[in-house]
Structures are given as structure tokens and as C-alpha cells.
Design a protein around this ligand. Structure first.
Ligand code: HEM
Length: 154
């Protein structure tokens, strides 16, 4: 049977895996301290957000913060705590219980953008910020799983 392009998944599952060239990125941006700060500033806003807040488990904010921090640290070449504690990321599967339309994805990105912007140039250079942002954009796009948009306001 000839393999056609159409038969291939549009997004190969390994697409968001880290590459060897990213191995030192984690250290170059300040390691755990920097990723903790990004994720903390992000969740600070999520907690009171009218769209995202109610989607998260109300009694486990610290756990949620830790899981995202471990995931991002590992993705950018840091310790493999995420895989050790949670297994394969399978982000699409892990978000399947949360209906995510464009509105929720845009809000997530907006709050993440605020969090990244809150770090000064000395911590995160423009290039580093862009690299992290690009990954966030691609991941958020991949996680949209609801149509019609459950949060759209007419
Ligand atoms: C598009 C909008 C998004 C929404 C509405 C959303 C929502 C959620 C919610 C409600 C959870 C459960 C919280 C918990 O108990 O851990 C979660 C978990 C998680 N999210 Fe998202 N998320 C979004 C985008 C992203 C993106 C872009 C990433 C990666 C860059 C990401 C990475 C994760 C990770 C690593 C977990 C923990 C998974 C686990 O180990 O259980 N999310 N997300």
C-alpha cells in the first residue's frame, strides 16, 4: 500500500518533544527559579479569571502550578521530574475533560503573555521569550478541543 500524505497525522505526536539543541536552554534562562516565576505569575491570574478559574481544581492550585512547572522545565531541557511523576505528557489527552474553545485558549495565552512580560530583560532576553512564547502558541492551538466554542459570548 502506498503511504499518502493524507494518511499521516497532521501533527506527529513527537512534535512538541524537546530537541537536543534546546538542552541548555533551561539553564541559560535561569533554570528552576525562572520557570517557577513564570508559572507562579501565570496561576496568580488564572485563580481569579472568569473563564479559566472555574476550569481548574479549586483545592489543588499548588499541584496544578507544580505540574505545569515540571512540564515546562522538562520540555526546555531541565530535570525529568514531570515524566517521573506523571508519565508521558500526552497533553491532548490530559486536557480532554476540559472543553477548550478559541476563547479559553486565547485567554490562557493572554495570561501567559502577561506572565512572560513580567520578567525583565536580564532574566529573559527577547529571543528566549520568543522561543517560549512560540511553544506556548503551538501547544495552546493543539489543545483546542471544543467547537462550538463553549465560552463564546454573543
Ligand atoms: C489552551 C488553553 C488551556 C487550558 C484551558 C488549560 C487548562 C488546563 C486545566 C484545567 C488543567 C488541569 C489542572 C491540573 O490539575 O493540573 C491543565 C493541566 C495542564 N496543562 Fe493546560 N490548559 C491550556 C493550555 C495548556 C498549554 C498551552 C500547556 C503547555 C504549554 C498546558 C500544559 C498543562 C499541563 C502540563 C498540565 C498538567 C497535566 C497533568 O500532568 O495532569 N496547558 N490545563
Amino acid at each position: 500500500m502506498p503511504i499518502t500524505l493524507e494518511a499521516l497525522p497532521r501533527r506527529a505526536p513527537h512534535r512538541l518533544e524537546p530537541m537536543t539543541s534546546q538542552e541548555n536552554f533551561y539553564d541559560s534562562v535561569g533554570g528552576e527559579e525562572t520557570f517557577s516565576l513564570i508559572v507562579h505569575r501565570f496561576y496568580e491570574q488564572v485563580r481569579t479569571d472568569d473563564i479559566l478559574g472555574p476550569m481548574y481544581p479549586p483545592d489543588d492550585w499548588e499541584g496544578a502550578e507544580k505540574r505545569l512547572r515540571m512540564f515546562l522545565s522538562q520540555f526546555w531541557g531541565g530535570p525529568k521530574d514531570y515524566s517521573e511523576q506523571r508519565g508521558h505528557p500526552r497533553l491532548r489527552m490530559r486536557h480532554a475533560n476540559y472543553p477548550i474553545g478559541i476563547t479559553a485558549a486565547e485567554r490562557w495565552l493572554q495570561l501567559m503573555n502577561n506572565a512572560l512580560d513580567s520578567l525583565d530583560e536580564g532574566t529573559l532576553s527577547d529571543n528566549q521569550r520568543t522561543a517560549i512564547w512560540d511553544h506556548m502558541l503551538r501547544a495552546a492551538d493543539m489543545l483546542i478541543n471544543a467547537n462550538p466554542d463553549p465560552h463564546e459570548r454573543g
